[in-house]
Design a protein around this ligand. Sequence first.
Ligand SMILES: Nc1nc2c(ncn2[C@@H]2O[C@H](COP(=O)(O)OP(=O)(O)OP(=O)(O)O)[C@@H](O)[C@H]2O)c(=O)[nH]1
Ligand SMILES: [Mg+2]
Length: 453
Amino acid sequence: MKTIAAIATPPAEGGIAVIRISGDDAVNIAGRVFRPASDRNIGEMRGYTACYGEIYDGEKRLDDGVLLIYRAPHSYTGEDAAEISCHGGIYTAKRVLSACFTAGAVPAQAGEFTKRALLNGKMSLTQAEAVADVISAQNEQFLLCAKSQQEGALYRRIRAVSEELLTIITLIQAWIDYPDEMEDEFDGELEAGKLRHIVSELEELLASHGEGQLIRDGIPCAIVGRPNAGKSTLMNLLTGTEKSIVTDIEGTTRDIVEETVMLGGLMLRLADCAGIRETEDVVESIGVERMLKKLGEASVVLAVFDSSRPLNEDDERLIEKLDGKRTLCIVNKTDLEERADIAALEQRFVNIVRISAKDPASAKVLEKAVSGIAGIGTLDLTAGFIANERQRICAAEALGHAQKALEALETGVTLDAVGIMCENALDRLYELSGEQVSEAVVDQVFRRFCVGK
Ligand SMILES: Nc1nc2c(ncn2[C@@H]2O[C@H](COP(=O)(O)OP(=O)(O)OP(=O)(O)O)[C@@H](O)[C@H]2O)c(=O)[nH]1
Ligand SMILES: [Mg+2]
């Protein structure tokens, strides 16, 4: 395999930039572009050792920097590798990289370092996929999940189910091949029990996909309520900006104002919507339509009620629309005299909080209340989760086959048919973990990566 090189740091100005080289010839190539300040021989440097020196393209001095050597198999890729740290100018890094090409390296493709790590058995496919998730993580919670995935959480989870399936397949096979030599009767109910466990494991695994997406991309959260309830004031409080226009005129917000915030450790995609009411105004009624659409799509709803005015038919209409929605009822304007029937709201909503959106201290109260109701994180994603569409399809197909096998066993279909269905499920799991996967699939996985990783 050719020796590859790429800039591993982002194309931006910074203190240092790192040029990564990997392959059989990595140390030789490093030796051609790097001249140690001491009389050290690069070819004799041991793994995990570094030296300071100057970087050259032929006889042209480019920069000074540090060379770090890795020896196979103790490197990210499992190959001999070298990293040259130079000054972090974009142009300098590009010049050092082109010197590596002159010295014999070829440009690395997107994700090629990680792909080599996979091919050299340094990680499983799901671990390699997690590397891309770690790089693109935008919040603490998702980073934590992606990290445990990178450490093999999903792989271990699939492994456990695969082994359970394999035990059933082996037993069925033995019964088909050597029925006379089996000591006990075939216990269909016992095997069905094992299959039921596999089915429920796979169902739980599939459920982790939606949850993982919410944590990665943010939880869609609609702020709704009647006009003037204080929705935009609340939005501005949570975002710490004046993004939404606030006035005492009813129907101020018409179009949807969106912003992503971190609240109580969760990433929320807030949408400040038009107030709900019957209106003749064409623009405002389009706003109300959009609000209803957002409400439908939201995983979490912040429903704002104005405590200084009696509840009216718009509030009632909203309450009806919240049926079945994960809602935090926010009783706002508690700094004013109370005129709304709060007891009625308390009867209707389990999660209720009283605040004044004008008071900055309310942000803390909301943070606690929101993390309580969001209900995300009921599954422990650090135990492994389905992170992308490729994995989801494999898991869904494995589940389908396992369900069919269970049904066949329960309805007394022949053992070989049950065995085949179990094998189909196992094949899908092997594809999911990457133990049996086509080159085309691997290529597709690495297309998501950046060059240098
Ligand atoms: N006293 C008091 N006034 C508030 C509070 N929250 C909002 N207001 C005021 O209520 C009025 C309406 O606030 P907005 O945030 O624009 O209300 P909205 O729900 O977005 O209204 P629309 O966009 O028209 O649907 C403004 O004058 C705010 O200053 C509060 O907690 N206490
Ligand atoms: Mg508003």
